[in-house]
Design a protein around this ligand. Structure first.
Ligand code: HDD
Length: 711
């Protein structure tokens, strides 16, 4: 037995500001970083402070003096620390990284970051939940924001997407209504970060265009296991334009290298209390340990002349283009490999905007997209206090930026010269326009021909709200369908008004699928609808395998987290062997003990513990290993926490390997071996099936039996 865990304060990189990964953006940020090591404590004016413990007062016990500029400056600054949180997507976490183009994609776009094989562009990506406030839990049922800022050499390109490919509404004018409905109710500000309440279901049951997206949010997509395990989507149809001026329609996709998989609902509820930072901690710790988050960027491409060849409107943001109809072509790879140095300066002040595009990319007339083009600048003006937010270090382009916009709050640049207008002859006419060109030219909007009457009207081509929801439902595996029924039941069960429950079942679910409607109705004690309430259009494609998470597993166990339950007298050799094999597969291992104190193995070796059972509960892990050792098992058998650990891991369908003496813990808990509950005398006997089970993410066949487990 050689392997001893390093004590936690020696774990590499947990608080090292000098992180390894560099890129041009990180180098630019370097000049703004402030390091107080070996520096004197000063006021903001640079005056050294002699006493940071006591206010200036008249005598030991006398009143404080107004002239204490040190205390006043400190408290004034503190009073102003908070800025308005984002009206949506308030809770988020971000990381730096790099995008590498797989090739020269100039047949499609003249965007320079896609123009050459191996071309690298720094990125900053912020993931978020939508409805909750800044301090809410990570694991709530919600859409996840997936906002990427590419610092290209022709300006910043922001791809401000979500982890779902459609949206709740078709027109931006409905966004404030939708957000008001889903946010906590206005009279008592309850519930936090939950859609399970009357106003949300009132709105969506009256808004059939939301049916498809609400179905996505009731699916496992809304409770991702990790940010690294989510797909991302640009949602709208965009344009890409090449150097010849040829425009094509595109839909952006992020395909996670780690595969896509989710939590179970019961886990999310528990995690919200036991580790509200579950997703952001996972990203932080992985990146700190040198394990990056990776995606491939892809596009579905539709030729201009095929715009009307689908049975839905490409401009309708409540529709997908099934990947089986138009395959995703990959363009490059994004690697997130460095954490921010300061949450506020970088993550909180990052200002994304769907209107930040570069030559070679353009908008379409999607009415949701068009409204967003207004909203994002407007919101930054309030949130970041003025129009100079582009000068905040995290938002600055990497390429030069010059114009005649001047002054306003928080201006950083010191503009030289006398001419702040254009044309001018005083400063040589600079800065000057750049004509559009095949590369390096000025931005030119795609000259789309537009004509029409000035009207407020929804195109009839946006009128089918259900057939793609039916397609999604039809494409789910049996466990996924089960979870969707459970989610509608949970959410509608929290709705106080029965007529809202009924409306959702009869006028929305019945139009998606009668079986779905019947099952939810039964669970709610409502009569099951016998027919759709509208004339139903069948989906053009009966089934889209790309929609089911079951088809997105990575086929390996890289980065998956395994808990090892140990106590004094544990079989140290088995731990060593299991750890070594898991490390070969790229999995991560934590030792969980009865308390944070080190544990002594049967061989007399001291093992440093990563955490106790209550501090690092089973819900934080993907799988569990319980080694043998007579003395250890005798201790674990008597521990309610240890038995709960096993039961809970079983209930959440996780692979469990139980060795030697530990096998006798199963019978009293009434746990029976299955494809993922593995017993054996040696590590070799259980390891391969353990890895296979973990690569499947969960033991779905166990789900019915797990319902009987009280954990
Ligand atoms: Fe939005 C933030 C994604 C529709 C108005 N949105 C925001 C963020 C993401 C999205 C990921 C967080 C950015 C960050 O991390 O800072 N939003 C979407 C997607 C949509 C969408 C994928 C539909 C396809 N949004 C949408 C509409 C409107 C807004 C229709 C308004 C008409 N969104 C905003 C906002 C936010 C925002 C109020 C809040 C904070 C911010 O912009 O910077 O402007």
């Amino acid at each position: 037995m050689t392997d001893i865990n390093p004590p936690r304060n020696e774990v590499a990189g947990t608080d090292t500001p000098d992180r390894a990964n560099r890129n041009a953006k990180l180098d630019q940020l370097e000049s703004f970083r402030s390091d107080a090591t070996d520096q004197a404590l000063t006021t903001n004016q640079g005056v050294k402070i002699a006493d940071n413990q006591n206010t200036l007062r008249a005598g030991d016990r006398g009143p404080s003096l107004l002239e204490d500029f040190i205390m006043r400056e400190k408290i004034t600054h503190f009073d102003h620390e908070r800025i308005p949180e984002r009206i949506v997507h308030a809770r988020g976490a971000a990381a730096h990284g790099v995008f590498t183009s797989y090739g020269d994609h100039s047949w499609l776009t003249k965007a320079s970051f896609l123009a050459a094989e191996g071309k690298e562009t720094p990125v900053f990506v912020r993931f978020s939940t939508v409805q909750g406030s800044r301090g809410s839990a990570d694991t709530v049922r919600d859409v996840r924001g997936f906002a990427t800022k590419f610092y290209t050499d022709e300006g910043n390109f922001d791809l401000v997407g979500n982890n779902m490919p459609v949206f709740f509404i078709q027109d931006a004018i409905k966004f404030p209504d939708f957000v008001h409905a889903v946010k906590p109710e206005p009279h008592n500000e309850i519930p936090q970060a939950q859609s399970a309440h009357d106003t949300f279901w009132d709105f969506v049951s009256l808004t059939p265009e939301s049916a498809h997206m609400v179905l996505w949010t009731m699916s496992d997509r809304a409770i991702p296991r990790s940010y690294r395990a989510m797909e991302g989507f640009g949602v709208h149809t965009f344009r890409m334009i090449n150097a010849e001026g040829k425009s094509r329609f595109v839909k952006f996709h992020w395909k996670p290298v780690a595969g896509a998989f989710s939590l179970l609902w019961d886990e999310t509820l528990k995690l919200a209390g036991k580790d509200p930072d579950f997703n952001r901690r996972d990203m932080w710790e992985s990146i700190e340990s040198g394990d990056p988050f990776e995606w491939e960027l892809g596009v579905q491409v539709v030729e201009e002349e095929d715009e009307h060849s689908f049975d839905f409107d490409l401009l309708d943001p409540t529709k997908i283009i099934p990947e089986e109809l138009v395959p995703v072509q990959t363009l490059g790879k994004m690697t997130l490999n460095r954490n921010p140095d300061n949450f506020f300066a970088e993550t909180e002040q990052a200002a994304f905007h769907i209107g930040h595009i570069v030559p070679g990319i353009d908008f379409t007339n999607d009415p949701l997209l068009q409204g967003r083009l207004f909203s994002y600048t407007d919101t930054q003006l309030l949130r970041l206090g003025g129009p100079n937010f582009h000068e905040i270090p995290i938002n600055r382009p990497l390429c030069p930026f010059h114009n005649n916009q001047r002054d306003a709050f928080h201006r950083q640049a010191i503009h030289k010269g006398r001419a702040n207008y254009e044309p001018n002859s005083i400063d040589g006419g600079w800065p000057k326009e750049t004509p559009p060109a095949a590369s390096g030219g000025g931005f030119e909007s795609y000259p789309e021909r537009v004509e029409g009457h000035k009207i407020r009207n929804r195109s009839a081509s946006f009128g089918d709200h259900f057939s793609q929801a039916t397609l999604f439902w039809n494409s789910m595996s049996a466990p996924e369908k089960e979870h969707i029924v459970g989610a509608y039941t949970f959410e509608l069960g929290k709705v106080e008004r029965v007529f809202i429950r009924e409306r959702q079942v009869n006028e929305i679910l019945a139009n998606i699928d009668l079986e779905l409607a019947r099952r939810v109705a039964e669970n709610l004690g409502l009569p099951a609808p016998s027919a759709p309430s509208v004339a139903k259009k069948e989906p053009a494609t009966p089934n889209s395998p790309a929609l089911s998470l079951m088809n997105h597993l990575p086929g390996n166990i890289k980065s998956r987290k395994v808990a090892m339950l140990v106590a004094d007298g544990v079989d140290g050799a088995a731990i060593d062997a299991f750890k070594a094999k898991l490390a070969e597969e790229g999995a991560m291992i934590k030792l969980i003990g009865p308390t944070p104190a080190p544990v002594t193995t049967a061989e007399g070796q001291k093992l440093v513990i990563d955490g106790p059972m209550d501090g690092l509960p089973s819900i934080l892990f993907d799988a569990l290993f319980v080694p043998g050792g007579a003395q250890a098992v005798a201790l674990l058998e008597k521990s309610g926490d240890a038995r709960h650990y096993l039961l809970e891991a079983y209930k959440h369908l996780k692979p469990i390997a139980v060795l030697g003496d530990a096998r006798r813990m199963l019978a009293p808990l009434q746990l029976q071996a299955d494809a993922g509950l593995l017993e054996g005398d040696s590590v070799d006997a259980v390891f391969d099936p353990f890895v296979q089970a973990l690569a499947q993410h969960r033991i779905w066949a166990r789900e019915a039996a797990a319902k009987a487990v009280p954990a």
